[in-house]
Design a protein around this ligand. Sequence first.
Ligand SMILES: [Zn+2]
Length: 346
Amino acid sequence: MTGLIGFAVIWGAGRGLGWPRALSLGLALLWLLLLVAVHAPGIGVPQVAAMLGGDFRLWLIFGGVAAAVLAYGAGLGALRARVKARPVAPLSSQGPFSEVELDRYARHILLREIGGPGQRRLKEAKVLVVGAGGLGSPALLYLAAAGVGTIGVIDADAVEGSNLQRQVIHTDARIGLPKVFSAEAAMKALNPFVAVRPYHRRLEPDIATDLIADYDLVLDGTDNFDTRYLVNRVCAGLGKPLIAGALTQWEGQLSVWDPARGAPCYDCIFPTRPAPGMVPTCAEAGVAAPLPGIIGAMMAMEAVKLITGAGEPLRGRLLLHDALHAESRVIAVGKRADCPVCGGQS
Ligand SMILES: [Zn+2]
């Protein structure tokens, strides 16, 4: 019994004084050898042996069992260490996202309406943005930040100093650079995991159908009516949803024109093209700096909703925002049966 107390003392002292495990084990081994030795027939000391208790065979068996238990523990530890040390298989081989992307998109993945499947749809989506100006700037930045996998941007202009008060995707250092390349640089800097396709040209009828056919949906942030009606006509013809924003000095509007899914097209609601010069452009009339940011960010929001299926998009509804009075209104808009663009569509 006293022999066992010796092991307890060594173990207790080791824990209490913070000895290394090897020292405790070494002392325990010495103590076991002593116990075996004093009980050994011929060389043992019977009086000491009687004081420590047990007998020769008992202490030999005890030592063997203790060694087996220690060996088993050590083997188990080594096995665990090997399991822990083995690198986790790269996530990209199991799904579309790397670990870095999962971290980047974690806030979306947490949302019940988006989650992992929605984020995957964003990554697989192809979105074309017409115009890299006031509305295009925030829309492009948020599409890239949100993780839309392929972003096309078409614009013929170069960055000018007078753009920078609103067109926050561009920088002073990039004045003179084509806007699409400036926008590309900003988006790649923000999110290197998205592909950007810059088209440094005006969207003309000869290329519009082929270009738009390659995308899932289109955001229109241009401020000229030729392009706006062209984009609407082509999107309606191809059955692609069109998220279009427009601005005047203090007011913005926004809708999802989608005749293929029961909503009106732009022509349904605005069938008459204003006479040239009747609607002043931003360059002529001015525009409050944050207003394109508000409407452009909402365009990106509608794009995220359309791609992921979250919530209720602005289909069949026109949102009007009056920044000067901080008022927003949403009005229901319906298809026009005699619309020359989408009248034949269901
Ligand atoms: Zn229509």
